[in-house]
Design a protein around this ligand. Structure first.
Ligand code: ADP
Length: 465
């Protein structure tokens, strides 16, 4: 149990670690694809800008320039005339709003970029945004209308603002930064684009790695489950074998020690003079030898089945006659303390049977019904034909079998764990034998039972004569 839990914990932990590693890798791939996407469009935008500056008559900001020049002369004068601080703030705000509006709405760069992307077979639909970094109104002296923190930092790092800010922002792609100026103003702004489809494209590009990761995890999980189940099955079988060896030793020892004691008894002078006692002891030895022989034969036969197919010696018999014979001989043998009732409706059915094996099958069921009983055993045997089958039910009033054991009782060596092996002796082979014989005849055996409420074993055999 402890071992089993260790295997489970180790297995599950390794799978969890594998999943975490895969998640980590996929996140890395996703991030990389994301950056590649941004980089691709960032480089493409740079090409587009070079192309526009070399080949186009405009850089896309002509209208912007015209409007701002027209506006800024007057605005500049007004701004410089204002003394009141509050009024100055208001005016700066108006100027910034106007500049933002004009730069955003009147530029033609977006249209030019879009058609450049389209011509080169890239996605042409994107959103753009313009972020003003610095706006100064210039007269004799300069009034800073707006300055972003980022720009201020850049300024302090390099007075000439040579390097543009980072190429790729998280969600937006920086195309370029621009400076527009004339005698009255100086404007620095960034131009960004972003694609609404970006996440879809990136996920599509990541999907192969994702699928491979999921597949590899699935394969590992399946391999783990199969290995674990095999391991558990092997352990179960090995436990069954150990139990079998213990039970077999116990089973073989009982008749052997009886024979040994009987032999010693025969050596005693007072017994040798008593004919009746000699006969009784000899009979005992004979009975125990037969029992011993049966046990050994059963074990030998089962090991033979493992290697060769069942060899049936079938003949056509009336099933009702056979049932009566088997039950009668059982009653006069091991089942003499049981009350056995028979109710048959075979309608004279004749089937192809190996009588010896069939007798063993019924005998095993009947002796189990007697053996696994904690009170006076009452066994009801029913038999009838149903379509192309013959059905035989052996119903007992014994201790019953729980649901879990019911699944295994037909397995080789299996003995119900609740059964006290000293009280109910056995090798766990009887029902295995029953199942094998039924199957060899093209039939089957099933059980229905409840602990404390007895059991019903149903044999179905084909009746296709
Ligand atoms: P064995 O009797 O030698 O243990 P069997 O293969 O005949 O082996 O039976 C397997 C197990 O099924 C038994 O150990 C017992 O627990 C259970 N069993 C079989 N027949 C009955 C029955 N009629 N009533 C209750 N339990 C039964």
């Amino acid at each position: 149990m402890k071992n089993r839990n260790t295997v489970l914990i180790l297995g599950i932990s390794s799978i969890l670690i594998l999943i975490s590693i895969q998640v980590f890798i996929i996140m890395g791939v996703w991030k990389q694809k994301n950056e590649m996407f941004a980089l691709r469009y960032s480089m493409l935008s740079k090409d587009a800008l070079t192309f526009i500056s070399r080949r186009m008559p405009t850089d896309g900001f002509d209208t912007v320039r015209f409007l701002l020049t027209k506006y800024s002369e007057q605005a500049n004068k007004e701004l410089h005339a204002i003394k009141d601080k509050k009024e100055l703030i208001e005016k700066k705000k108006d100027i910034l709003d106007y500049f933002t509006k004009v730069v955003t709405q009147e530029q033609d760069l977006s249209g030019m970029l879009s058609s450049y992307f389209e011509r080169r077979g890239f996605e042409k639909n994107f959103n753009y945004s313009i972020v003003i970094n610095n706006l100064e109104m210039i007269n004799n002296d300069t009034i800073v209308v707006y300055r972003s923190e980022d720009f201020a930092n850049r300024l302090s790092a390099d007075r000439n603002i040579k390097s543009p800010p980072s190429e790729v922002s998280r969600s937006k792609i920086l195309v370029n930064w621009f400076i527009e100026e004339d005698n009255n103003y100086r404007l620095v702004f960034d131009y960004f684009i972003d694609f609404s489809d970006k996440q879809r494209v990136v996920w599509e590009e990541t999907s192969l790695s994702l699928a491979m990761a999921i597949l590899s995890i699935l394969i590992v999980v399946i391999i783990f489950i199969i290995t674990y189940r095999n391991l558990m099955e092997e352990r179960r079988l090995s436990n069954l074998k150990t139990d079998f060896i213990n039970n077999m030793t116990h089973e073989l020892k009982t008749p052997l020690s009886t024979i040994t004691v009987a032999g010693k008894t025969l050596e005693m002078p007072q017994i040798r003079s008593n004919d009746a006692k000699i006969l009784e002891t000899a009979k005992l030895i004979g009975k125990q030898s037969i029992h011993l022989n049966q046990l050994i034969n059963m074990i030998l036969e089962i090991s033979m089945w493992e290697r060769t197919q069942f060899q049936l010696d079938k003949k056509i018999v009336k099933i009702e006659d056979i049932m009566n014979d088997v039950v009668d001989s059982f009653k006069s043998g091991g089942g003499n303390n049981a009350s056995i009732n028979q109710k048959y409706n075979f309608k004279g059915a004749e089937i192809d049977l190996d009588v010896v094996y069939f007798t063993t099958l019924i005998n095993n069921l009947l002796s189990n019904a007697v053996k696994y009983s904690d009170k006076e055993p009452i066994i009801n045997i029913e038999g009838f034909t149903e379509g192309n089958t013959v059905c035989i039910k052996v119903v007992d009033n014994g201790i019953g079998i729980n649901r879990i054991d019911q699944k295994h009782i037909f397995d080789k060596f299996y003995r119900a764990s609740t059964g006290n092996i000293h009280k109910f002796k056995g090798l766990g082979l009887g029902l295995y034998y029953v199942k094998k014989i039924a199957e060899a005849h093209g039939g089957d055996v099933t059980v229905s039972s409840r602990p404390g409420k007895g059991s019903t074993f149903t044999i179905i055999l084909p009746n296709n004569l």
